[in-house]
Design a protein around this ligand. Structure first.
Ligand SMILES: [Zn+2]
Length: 252
């Protein structure tokens, strides 16, 4: 999947007198109205090197489960139903991890302890679901896991079953409603910790980089759209409607 990041160089701008005119001039020189295209990666770090060889890095604010949900939807639009179900399922798994992090933060667990404990369940999704079920039970938040969905998912992922587009849309809609309705609940009960999780997400990469490297945050629209969770209309669009608008966006 290809995404666009800013092709403006702040290092070059620092070498000018930093007026509005300098900014406009530099934008023209660097052709910054056109985004620089990069391939989506797992590290969430995107590099742009300007003609003067300054290096700028950009990261996306969106959580992994949002990106995976979009990857699944693009696969579905292209007719790859099996790949779509696989990525919708990964989106749900990463969302369950996100939920466990939110409730852990709420219970004053430190990020370091969370990471340490998570390692013991990172490769076993059944353990993750178990942790999720018990935490949500204690929080009094509805758990929307439908048992029969995992049999379908396993048939697709482990048994080579090729789902119809109807089945893939149905599964995608289940994951979408699961994530968006749960996010609405979490926003009501734990909004402070949604913010904290965002902060953790955005500082993760910074810790790995040398201090002199500029790291910018960028945002892209996603179907799940965590950033819109506070809107009263949040979660009211169906997957089919969302897919239609994605299709239009690519055609336009
Ligand atoms: Zn530069």
């Amino acid at each position: 999947m290809i995404i666009g990041i800013s092709s403006f160089c702040w290092e070059c701008f620092n070498e000018t007198s930093q007026t509005k005119e300098d900014y406009e001039q530099l934008k023209i020189e660097l052709n910054s109205d056109v985004d620089f295209e990069v391939e989506l990666n797992d590290e969430n770090l995107y590099e742009f090197i300007c003609p003067k060889k300054h290096r700028s890095l950009t990261q996306l604010q969106e959580q992994k489960f949002e990106i995976l949900f979009d990857i699944a939807s693009l696969a579905l639009i292209d007719g790859y139903t099996k790949e779509a179900v696989s990525s919708y399922s990964s989106s749900l798994e990463r969302f369950i991890e996100y939920c466990i992090l939110i409730i852990s933060l709420k219970n004053s667990v430190t990020v370091d302890s969370f990471i340490k404990t998570w390692k013991q369940m990172a490769n076993q999704s059944e353990r993750q679901i178990g942790a999720f079920l018990i935490l949500f039970l204690q929080e009094g938040i509805a758990n929307r896991i439908e048992e029969n969905r995992s049999a379908f998912r396993n048939k697709v992922i482990h048994k080579g079953y090729v789902p119809s587009s109807k089945e893939a849309i149905d599964y995608g809609q289940y994951v979408m409603s699961f994530i968006q309705n749960t996010l609405k609940d979490l926003n009501q009960t734990s909004s402070e910790f949604l913010q904290q999780a965002m902060h953790i997400h955005l500082t993760k990469n910074g810790d790995k980089l040398p201090g002199n490297v500029r790291l910018a945050n960028a945002s892209m629209p996603t179907i799940i759209s965590l950033r819109s969770v506070q809107s009263i209309d949040y979660g009211k669009v169906s997957l089919i409607e969302a897919l239609d608008s994605v299709k239009k966006k690519w055609v336009l």
